[in-house]
Design a protein around this ligand. Structure first.
Ligand SMILES: [Fe+2]
Length: 310
């Protein structure tokens, strides 16, 4: 396993050297005036009407273009799923209220459960919805009974001002190679807003990649950064799972407070104005450090909350 890991790290570095495979001009990408994000699945909720999970699903509206970014965990295989129930409470009905689906990476907490991961598919609920006519951009080969699944292999403009990145490489010690793509919105007069699923690709790698891809500064980073330092949301047999699984670090050197400081410093050096950290794969210690640093510009990620950036 150690040698597989070493080999994987080499592959990550080689891939990162090659990416991005192209560049995009601000004119080609375009921009949006208004960006709305509704958190449909994450660990914390605004109140107990909503169901929180250690997974991710965000609903993004960029000047009217509606994107469902990841489809949650549905840990207990419920019908309807927490995703659909939370969406209903927010006045949303799927599939009618989405134009496109983007899957950040093929891990259970982002595609509707372990069964889906094993079958290389995704779903919004236990009984899946009919997604005929809806495109789903995925970072690795996957299928879906009704959606039009598109394997994303290059930075792709989905709509004016909205882009999905190349799947960036990562090597997780136990889980192996995990390409992950991010959603990026170019917000007028502000800059890029990067929406991240789990952050396996590392936010530092993502921002360095974006710097080469498009000459627009990153204004905001919102989503998972995978820094479970003092606690893990998933504990099995007394083991803090996320500390060892889903991290690009080896088990003898798990994510640490130093890694949190490194990311804080990095985002400050890039002058990132707004930050929101997902609690689904980071602990409260990490979240509080970012809150301390970004103060009023920190975006609290809670299910049932709607954030507007303009
Ligand atoms: Fe995750």
């Amino acid at each position: 396993m150690y040698f597989r890991y070493k080999k994987g790290l080499k592959w990550v570095n080689e891939q990162l050297q090659k990416l991005p495979t192209t560049t995009i001009s601000p004119e080609e990408l375009g921009e949006v005036d208004k960006l709305k994000i509704i958190f449909l699945i994450d660990y914390y909720t605004v109140d107990n009407r909503f169901k929180g999970e250690a997974g991710v699903s965000y609903y993004i509206t960029a000047d009217g273009f509606r994107i469902l970014f990841d489809t949650g965990f549905n840990t207990k295989k419920e019908e309807p799923s927490p995703l659909l129930r939370n969406a209903q409470l927010m006045g949303l009905k799927f599939p009618d209220d989405t134009d496109i689906i983007v899957i950040s990476h093929m891990h259970l907490d982002h595609i509707g459960g372990i069964k889906n991961q094993l079958k290389r598919t995704f779903s919004l609920s236990k009984k899946d919805l009919d997604l005929t006519g809806i495109k789903a951009y995925v970072p690795v080969p996957m299928t879906h009974p009704t959606a039009e699944v598109i394997l994303n292999q290059a930075p792709t403009t989905l709509h004016r001002g909205v882009l999905v990145t190349d799947p960036l490489p990562s090597m997780l010690y136990f889980m192996g190679r995990t390409p992950e793509e991010a959603l990026v919105v170019n917000l007028k007069d502000k800059g890029l807003v990067a929406l991240v699923g789990c952050g396996h690709q590392k936010v530092q790698n993502l921002l360095n990649y974006l710097e080469k891809l498009i000459p627009i500064p990153v204004y905001a980073v919102i989503g998972g950064v995978h820094l479970p330092v003092t606690q893990s949301r998933e504990v099995r047999l007394g083991l803090p799972m996320q500390k060892f699984l889903g991290t690009g670090k080896p088990p003898w050197n798990p994510p640490s407070k130093e890694d949190v400081e490194e990311l804080v410093k990095f985002l400050k050096s890039k002058n990132v104005q707004k930050v929101g950290i997902s609690a689904h794969d980071s602990c409260d210690y990490t979240i509080n450090r970012f809150k301390e640093e970004w103060k009023d510009n920190y975006i609290d990620i809670k299910v049932g909350k709607e954030v507007t950036l303009e």
